[in-house]
Design a protein around this ligand. Structure first.
Ligand SMILES: Nc1ncnc2c1ncn2[C@@H]1O[C@H](COP(=O)(O)OP(=O)(O)O)[C@@H](O)[C@H]1O
Ligand SMILES: [Mg+2]
Length: 509
């Protein structure tokens, strides 16, 4: 007696096809699962036995072998329960093998036969659709899976019994409906920020060119407030991007009620976060904060308080847009294209202000700022100081311009970048921040006056090759914000002001 059904294994972002094969042979009673199961899959035996008993099916007193093929791919998680139960039922003759032939199944079983929610239903549905199959998933995951395709076959039962009844034609399960997350109320608006005009300008430039941003300023100057307003001026997610973001959140089991994410992620991990929490991994692979911020903003408040190891692990995603986690016998990659926004006090005790050290002396600020490595600093195009707000600023009326107006300028600047890079055949580059040095020299060479200023800055400020490119990148964005074709002296001058000069000078002092 033989039964089989498809299911899926999650390898990073990818859902790979797995076949559950069950054979019932005469011999001593046993229930074996082979094919590199982890502990959760091994324990599946007890859940499956009890769930089948709950729907009136006792396991035969024979030798049961469950094989998860391909046998060399590690199987992790509890979502294999449902497929194992269905293949067993087919082998026992409780359901017809043809009924389940067109489906892949994912779901965890409760001892009473209820089908419990599992992470990853959206990538599973996309994977099943690519295999030309329908998907059987828990009822709670149905609205999420329904996003994969409009015309794929989907069954989302609450209980093993309703699934059996569906196959026998006693009760027809209706197709789950896709669910969109209602916007989580209005996003915080730039209008709320009084004064801080230059910081707001830097935020607009960061949004327009996709640049990473570091804000340095005393406590209470509004750094966290500024960062949380970045998503409100970024262009909205395209439909494909929504699916991509939702897949990451689905894998992490964070897609609430199966609702597709419509807003750009804004993730703000605490500085006590571990490596596993930040970049993913741990005993069961799961996307970390960096991947959950994919296509959105990763905000690291109090940047120097993160451990050196955690900060170091950010370099790879910032460079390649991907996080790779090494497992015992394979590698897992999660997409992690993020915009990094970081904030820090000038010194550990928070007493220093721009141009002035705290009562512990300049050492306090130097030691604190030295915790951030040079290579990480190099990835941050915009480094600004955020001074304390004065009482005079706080009593000002609200700014006339809010996130809506700024967002429109950002969108126009982004469109110019997209058009330019696609005209040059650089299809993968979408923002100036992603532009390589070579391409930059093609698109962002300043005019004669700009070049003269650049030369002067190189001499007086000691601009390195990397600093040179960083300045050009930001200057290109400044020109794009003005819809200017050429980078001028003015753009270069403003770009030079975002180099974190003061910071480095203080460090050198
Ligand atoms: N420019 C500002 N306009 C209005 N309120 C501000 C401003 N800056 C700071 N605040 C107030 O101060 C509080 C603390 O700001 P926060 O962003 O947490 O500062 P930081 O992160 O720099 O320590 C905010 O919640 C807000 O009420
Ligand atoms: Mg803060």
């Amino acid at each position: 007696m033989y039964g089989h059904i498809s299911t899926l294994a999650f390898v990073g972002f990818e859902a790979r096809a797995v076949e559950v094969q069950v054979r019932i042979t005469p011999g001593q009673q046993a229930f074996m699962i082979v094919g590199l199961p982890d502990k959760a899959v091994g324990e599946s035996r007890e859940r499956v036995r009890n769930a089948l008993h709950a729907v009136g099916l006792g396991l035969p007193y024979k030798h049961l072998t469950v094989n998860l093929a391909p046998a060399d791919l590690p199987k992790e998680g509890s979502h294999y329960d449902l497929a194992i139960a269905l293949a067993l039922m087919a082998a026992m003759g409780a359901i017809s093998p043809e009924a389940i032939a067109g489906y892949a199944a994912v779901g965890e079983l409760a001892l009473d036969g209820a089908i419990r929610e599992v992470p990853g239903a959206l990538p599973a549905a996309i994977g099943a659709n690519a295999m030309g199959k329908g998907l059987i998933c828990p009822a709670a995951c149905g609205p999420e899976a329904a996003w994969a395709s409009e015309d794929m076959d989907l069954l989302a039962p609450e209980h093993l019994l309703s699934l059996v009844n569906h196959f026998k034609g006693y009760q027809i399960l209706s197709r789950p409906k896709p669910n969109v997350a209602a916007a989580s109320g209005p996003m915080p608006d730039l209008k709320d920020i009084k004064g801080q005009e230059s910081a707001k300008r830097a935020l607009e430039v960061a949004a327009a060119g996709g640049h990473n941003l570091l804000m340095i300023g005393p406590p209470g100057s509004g750094k966290s407030m500024l960062a949380s307003r970045l998503p409100s001026i970024l262009p909205p997610l395209t439909p494909e991007e929504m699916l991509e973001v939702s897949m990451m959140h689905s894998l992490a089991g964070e897609l609430m009620g199966g609702k597709l994410a419509t807003e750009r992620p804004f993730r703000q991990p605490h500085h006590s976060a571990s490596m596993a929490a930040l970049v993913g991994g741990g005993s069961r692979p799961r996307p970390g904060e960096v991947s959950l911020a994919h296509l959105g903003v990763l905000f690291l408040d109090e940047l120097p308080e993160f451990t050196a190891q955690v900060l170091d692990s950010l370099r790879q995603p910032l460079e390649t847009g991907e996080t790779v986690i090494a497992r015992a016998n394979h590698r897992i990659a999660y997409p992690s294209r993020i915009q990094l926004v970081a904030a820090m006090n000038p010194c550990r005790c928070g007493g220093a202000s721009p141009g002035q050290s705290c009562k512990r002396g300049p050492r306090c600020a130097e030691d604190y700022q030295a915790r951030i490595s040079g290579p990480l600093m190099d990835r941050i195009d915009l480094q600004i100081e955020v001074p304390a707000v004065s009482a005079a600023d706080l009593v000002l009326p609200a700014a006339s311009e809010g996130s809506f107006e700024v967002g429109r300028r950002v969108e126009a600047a982004r469109r110019r970048q997209l058009d330019r890079f696609s005209a040059l055949g650089a299809k993968k580059v979408r923002t100036n921040a992603e532009c390589s040095g070579q391409l930059l020299e093609q698109v962002a060479m300043p005019d004669e006056a700009g070049m003269a200023l650049m030369r002067q800055a190189a001499e007086t400020l000691g601009l390195s090759a990397r600093g040179f490119h960083r300045t050009l990148r930001v200057a290109r964005t400044l020109a794009d914000l003005e819809a200017a074709d050429n980078v001028s002296r003015m753009h270069i001058a403003e770009a030079l002001s975002y180099r974190g000069e003061t910071l480095r000078r203080r460090q050198a002092a």
